[in-house]
Design a protein. Structure first.
Length: 568
């Protein structure tokens, strides 16, 4: 176990990785962390500052300078960001001018933190520097990969906190990263047991959330080295939802647990987004502009596998872009512009994916409406023109109409992989009615196309609904009073269906009906992520547990053209 964690620490990058886990580790060990890593501000060599008891039992001030991997000659004194430059800044500027008044009288320990070891050619220089600058008040301590690994095991992952059964699940999740389904199942078991253990008390909640954060980091870095981050991606969604489940009971309080859990939730969001962007940049961007590039990259000859994989990729692009949009809403003007550029780039990547992979023009199962809705929501946030989105949705309608008329591979309400692999099992009316018993995609397409002004496509859907799909329940999904307790953990018995949606009069009545239902749906607005401003958590839950995106996320945006037309 310790060797596994050491290898993980050695693989961590300095910024946003090694310095992301150290504050949690210090907090768990009883330190008061008063300064965390920041961007855009001068830190004078100190990445993390904390107050706690040293090994001799005396309360001291610990100042950490964090570097990645092994400490080489270049990392020691080869550039302005080298460790020696950081240590000089600490001695010359931070200690004389930046230490808070309440800690002025404490002795100081300057900690050299890095994930690997000190190279032999650097050891003498490092020893000499420490000897020359050690005083009665200032001492130095080396936090290498071996020491940090031991502290993780003795702190966050110690035996009484993470017992052997949980350690076994964690180790198997890491060991099986090349088999994502197996790895994810072990991580899911770990997350469920940690969540259960966290319900014991406020402190247990914080501890469980931090453990989950550390375990996800280890899984991600290990999988990144193995070149397969599928399991960490799915696990990151689950870990974020589990952490939110731990946070929920503390909302509305002013206790330490809420503050600590809020920090972990934000760290989970950042880690989830890091994993998402790693997936998109490494697995999607290089092939998005190549005709059938992603389709071929799935490595399967099955058209079903290609279809499922492509819509999953599109959904991940949409979800990552929405998290970026959420971050941009909370940033200053300069950073907001940078984030918005990233949102636009992701939207353009999704549009390129659609252009070059025709399988995205017809979903095979109604559940893929979640991926469609996520990308449409991202397109709204991007501010790009409607040309690409409109042509995509129009083509989807035409292909759906053709496949239904010919009894081909039309969109069905089936969800089991074996059923989908055999779809259509035959061309009989009985099977057709069974496979198209309900649809959330048809009313969603009609609403969006009406708002986009694609009248012909909406009329085609209306004719289809009145003739071929008379038996089909056109519906959308809304959370209900029980959803807050169940949506994050994956319990499927909650929510309500908005049924009998009218698909006439060019979609005007449809949009009005959806809007009225959303206005009357006060229960949905009481979901904790909506109340606390973390609305993308709902979308993560819907994507992870294969639930439709609630229409109140997009219906107001679709109604704006309605009002403009009426005023005109």
């Amino acid at each position: 176990m310790k060797l596994l964690i050491r290898d993980y620490l050695a693989s961590l990058r300095e910024r946003d990785e090694l310095d992301a886990i150290l504050p949690d580790l210090l907090s768990e060990l009883g330190f008061n962390v008063y300064s965390r890593p920041q961007r855009g501000t001068s830190q004078l060599g100190v990445d993390i500052a904390a107050v706690g008891k040293d090994e001799d039992g005396e309360k001291k001030l610990f100042l950490f300078s964090v570097k990645q991997g092994d400490l080489t000659r270049q990392d020691w004194d080869g550039n302005p960001q080298a460790l020696r430059s950081s240590l000089d800044e600490i001695l010359d500027a931070y200690i004389p001018h930046r230490i808070p008044t309440r800690y002025k009288d404490l002795k100081i320990v300057i900690c050299l933190a890095f994930g690997g070891d000190v190279n032999e050619q650097v050891r003498e220089k490092l020893t000499g520097f420490i000897g020359n600058n050690t005083t009665a008040r200032i001492t130095f301590d080396e936090w290498n990969g071996d020491k940090i690994a031991g502290m993780i095991l003795n702190g966050i992952l110690r035996e009484e906190i993470l017992p052997k059964p949980l350690r076994s699940s964690f180790q198997k999740a890491v060991a099986m990263v090349d088999e994502p389904d197996v790895s994810y199942e072990h991580f899911r078991r770990l997350a469920g047991n940690l969540c259960k253990a966290g319900m014991a008390s406020g402190k247990a909640r914080v501890r469980a959330a931090r453990q989950l954060n550390i375990c996800l980091w280890i899984l991600f870095v290990w999988a990144r080295s193995a070149g397969n981050i599928e399991s960490p991606y799915r696990s990151s969604e689950l870990a974020l939802l589990t952490t939110w489940e731990l946070l929920r009971p503390t909302l509305g309080s002013n206790g330490r647990e809420l503050k600590a859990l809020s920090i972990v939730v934000r760290q989970m969001i950042e880690l989830h987004l890091t994993i998402s962007m790693e997936f998109i940049e490494q697995r999607v961007l290089p092939y998005a502009e190549i005709c059938h590039g992603i389709s071929m990259a799935t490595g399967s000859r099955s058209s079903l596998d290609v279809n499922l994989a492509l819509f999953e990729v599109l959904g991940r692009i949409g979800l990552a872009g929405l998290w970026l949009h959420w971050i941009g809403e909370r940033s200053d003007a300069a950073h907001k512009e940078h984030v918005q550029n990233s949102v636009v780039k992701l939207t353009q990547t999704g549009l390129a994916l659609i252009r070059n992979n025709p399988a995205l023009c017809l979903p095979i199962t109604d559940r893929q409406g979640t991926s469609i809705a996520l990308f449409l929501q991202l397109w709204l946030a991007s501010g790009l023109d409607a040309t690409g989105v409109t042509s995509w949705l129009q083509e989807m309608v035409y292909r759906l109409t053709f496949s239904i008329h010919t009894r081909g591979r039309y969109t069905s309400s089936l969800s089991d992989y074996r059923d989908l692999a055999e779809h259509p099992r035959d061309k009989s009316d009985e099977y057709f009615k069974e496979a198209t018993a309900g649809s959330t995609i048809v009313p969603m397409l009609a609403a969006w196309l009406h708002a986009l002004g694609a009248t012909e496509a909406v009329e085609a859907l209306s004719r289809l609904a009145q003739k071929e799909l008379k038996h089909c329940t056109l519906q959308l999904w809304l959370p209900d009073a029980t959803s807050e307790e169940k949506i994050y953990t994956g319990d499927s018995f909650h929510g309500r269906a908005l049924c009998g949606l009218p698909l006439k009069k060019g979609g005007r009545q449809l949009i009005a009906t959806i809007a009225e239902a959303c206005r009357m749906d006060a229960e949905s607005q009481n979901l904790s992520p909506i109340q606390s401003g973390f609305w993308p958590v709902i979308m993560v839950a819907c994507h992870h547990h294969q639930l439709p995106i609630p229409p109140w996320f997009w219906i107001q945006s679709l109604m704006e053209p309605e009002f403009e037309a009426e005023q005109g």
